[in-house]
Design a protein around this ligand. Sequence first.
Ligand code: AMP
Ligand code: ZN
Ligand code: ZN
Length: 410
Amino acid sequence: MTRHVLRLVALLLVCLGTGSVQAREPLLLIGIDGLRWDIIDRHPAPVLRALAAGGVRSQGLVPVMPSKTFPNFYAIATGLYPEHNGVLDNASYDEVLDKSFRMSDQDDARWFEGEPIWITAERQGVSTATMFWVGSGVENQGLRPRYWHPFDGSVSNAARVRQVLDWFALPQAERPAFVSVYFEAIDTASHEFGVDSPQEREAVAAVDASIGEMLAGLEALGLREQLNVMVVGDHGMTNLDAERIVYLDDYLDVSTLSSLYSPQLSGERQGNAVFAAWHGAPDQIETLYQALALAHPALSVFRQAQFPDWFHQGHPQRAPDLILMPEPGWMVSKRGVPYGGPRANHGFSPHERDMHASFIANGPAFLAAQVVEPFELVHLYNLMARLLDIEPAPNDGDPARILPLLAPGR
Ligand code: AMP
Ligand code: ZN
Ligand code: ZN
């Protein structure tokens, strides 16, 4: 009798604490770099296919522009477009700080604005753990994930899986309710060997097997039934061709434009770009625009005043003055910059089908056996806040867009 009463009191406390009848279901966010929307249809991926078959899959997760790793994983985490979260590309330039940010500045808090989901959760007393995620090593409002690791690409997939399982195996009081994990092997293989290459196929099989191990481990811990899993890509991928390069110096003398700067086309190994932003004095930007606007049919040129709304690049300190965007499969470069790959790339317009990523979700909160239309990845922050039963910070997502993913009553 006493034990029965105690259990009722415990349940009541859980209800008061979470505002819902159930204890908080854990959320596992799996980020897979370069997981194009159709990749599990092109390569064997039994685990991901089974997750999709038993859950909900989108026909495409639409990235933010540019369709690169940093802006997209950070837009997923914050629900904010680049103009609102500060991460405008893998490399960007801040005109007020007079500083370039690159992927190696992964812990520089000045770069990462807005509030990622793990901070929203920690702020509300929900503990989190990140086995890598863009921006997850950055202190924000004095907080960090309860458990996290600085990014290190040499950590094996198996070690990442082991860490995730170790976190979920902690006693309940120490166990994180939100865990992220990141895998870059597919993006790496696609870049080096091309879309549909045997190496891409192998990388898909390897990452798929790692997810299988993780789910089996969660099953063994007795957590699988309550667990919500989200598998997200950051962008797609398309094959390049060393013949499809627009050489800027064929149309202007780049060296004469001394006050112009492009984070994508400067520095070592940055001579070939898919998306290139430029910063500079107005007259030199105008010279660049006049030289390139009609130069090549595969190259689109936009001055800041003409950026379409969907660029979402209007950051107060980091908005480029001019953007070069080639057609899919094309690159911009400078003559004399050796072209040593990649075979395939991303960074093209988010409207291009090849740039769309995968979204697969499975668990008690999600519909089963459903395929939904493509949607933008900025909506995922609201989804994660809802799954974790926490109040989202203001963001660019529309809460109505995630309703078609959820099981009845969720
Ligand atoms: P991309 O050039 O857009 O294909 O970027 C992919 C690369 O981003 C990966 O191969 C990783 O090396 C790198 N990367 C991914 N996440 C992080 C992170 N959190 N911090 C630093 N680098 C990262
Ligand atoms: Zn990526
Ligand atoms: Zn990539």
